[in-house]
Design a protein around this ligand. Structure first.
Ligand code: PEP
Ligand code: MG
Length: 323
C-alpha cells in the first residue's frame, strides 16, 4: 500500500469535481520538515513551538527561536507555515517556570492566557517570529482563544512587536497572516464574529472534543465520550467553517481528526480548506480526497449533521465511501 501511495507525492489534492484543498503536516521541531516534504505535504499547518521551550533548561532566547523558525520557513520553500505561539500549561509544564496550583490545569492558566499575562515571554516569541518572517510564508496562530477580546489583544500586541522591530530597522514581512485555533466551544459558536478579526482558523479537535464533551482527552475511563463523529462536534466544525467563509477567510484543522480518512470525506463536504496531520497520514488523505466528489460529500455531510449519534455517522460514512 505504501508503494501505491508514493505516486501521489507530487500530485495536487483535488477532488474528482475539481475542488482543491491543502494537505499539510504537523511538526514539533525543524527536523520534522523533511518528513512533511517527503510525504507530499503542501505546507505546515501546525508547528507546535512548545517543544522549543520544553527541551530547554530556561526560556529560549529570541535568537534561538529565530534560528528554529527560519529553518522551518526556509525548509518549506515558500509553502505556507502556520506557527502556533506557546501552548504551555495543562499537562505541559516547564522545569524552569512555576505554574500555580490549580484544581483543573486544563481549564486554567495556560497557552494564550499565560502569554497575555506574561507579555515579556510573549514578546520574545513574537519578535523572533517577525524576524524570521522574511524567509518564507508565515502564518502566526494563537492557541486556546476563548473570547474576541483575547484575540484582539494578542493581535494588537503582535502589531506592537512588529512596529518595534521596524523602528529598530529590522526587516519584517508585511504578509504575515494572524489567525487562531478554534478548540474551545465558545469560539466555534461565535466563529462568525471572530472571523471579522482573524485571518484564518485552525480547528483543534483534540481539545475541542475534550471541552465539548467534558471528557479529559487523557482518561481511559471516559474515552468512550471522545467522539470526533458526534453530530454535536460536526455542527461546531460546520459553524467554524461557515463563520470563516462568511468573512472570506480560510478554515483549517490541525487536530488528529483531520488525518482520519473517513473524517476527511465529511470535512471535504463541510468545506474545510486545509487539513493538517502527521506527515505519515498525508498520502492516505490525498488518496481519499482525489477519489471523492466534493458535491456528493456536501450532501453526505449534511446528512451526518442530522443523525443522533456518532455511531450512526460512522456507519453511514463507511457505507457511502466503501460502496
Ligand atoms: C488540538 O487541540 O487539536 C491541537 C491540535 O493541539 P494540541 O493537540 O497540541 O493540544
Ligand atoms: Mg490543543
Amino acid at each position: 500500500e505504501k508503494e501505491a501511495l508514493k505516486v501521489l507525492v507530487d500530485k495536487p489534492s483535488i477532488s474528482k469535481d475539481g475542488h482543491h484543498v491543502e494537505l499539510a503536516g504537523n511538526i514539533g521541531t525543524p527536523k520534522d520538515v523533511e518528513g512533511v516534504l517527503e510525504n507530499g505535504g503542501e505546507g505546515v499547518g501546525l508547528y507546535r513551538t512548545e517543544f522549543l521551550y520544553m527541551n530547554s533548561q530556561e526560556f529560549p532566547t529570541e535568537d534561538e527561536q529565530f534560528i528554529a523558525y527560519k529553518m522551518v520557513l526556509e525548509g518549506m520553500k515558500g509553502k505556507r507555515v502556520v506557527v502556533r505561539t506557546l501552548d504551555i500549561g495543562g499537562d505541559k509544564k516547564l522545569p524552569y517556570f512555576e505554574f500555580p496550583e490549580e484544581m483543573n490545569p486544563f481549564l486554567g492558566y495556560r497557552a494564550i492566557r499565560l502569554c497575555l499575562d506574561r507579555k515579556d515571554i510573549f514578546r520574545t516569541q513574537l519578535r523572533a517570529l517577525c524576524r524570521a518572517s522574511i524567509y518564507g510564508r508565515l502564518c502566526i496562530m494563537f492557541p486556546m482563544i476563548a473570547t474576541v477580546n483575547e484575540f484582539v489583544e494578542a493581535k494588537a500586541f503582535f502589531e506592537e512587536c512588529k512596529a518595534e522591530l521596524i523602528a529598530e530597522g529590522v526587516e519584517v514581512s508585511d504578509n504575515i497572516e494572524v489567525g487562531m485555533m478554534v478548540e474551545i466551544p465558545a469560539a466555534a459558536v461565535l466563529a462568525d464574529q471572530f472571523a471579522k478579526h482573524a485571518d484564518f482558523f485552525s480547528i483543534g479537535t483534540n481539545d475541542l472534543i475534550q471541552y465539548s464533551m467534558a471528557a479529559d482527552r487523557m482518561s481511559e475511563k471516559v474515552s468512550y465520550l471522545y467522539q470526533p463523529y458526534n453530530p454535536a462536534i460536526l455542527r461546531l466544525i460546520k459553524m467554524t467553517i461557515d463563520g470563516a467563509h462568511k468573512e472570506g477567510k480560510w478554515a483549517g484543522m490541525c487536530g488528529e481528526m483531520a488525518g482520519e480518512p473517513n473524517a476527511v470525506a465529511i470535512l471535504l463536504g463541510l468545506g474545510l480548506d486545509e487539513f493538517s496531520m502527521s506527515a505519515t497520514s498525508i498520502l492516505r488523505a490525498r488518496k481519499m480526497v482525489t477519489s471523492l466528489d466534493k458535491k456528493e460529500m456536501e450532501a453526505v455531510a449534511e446528512k451526518c449533521l442530522s443523525f443522533e449519534t456518532a455511531a450512526e455517522v460512522e456507519a453511514y460514512v463507511e457505507s457511502v465511501i466503501n460502496k
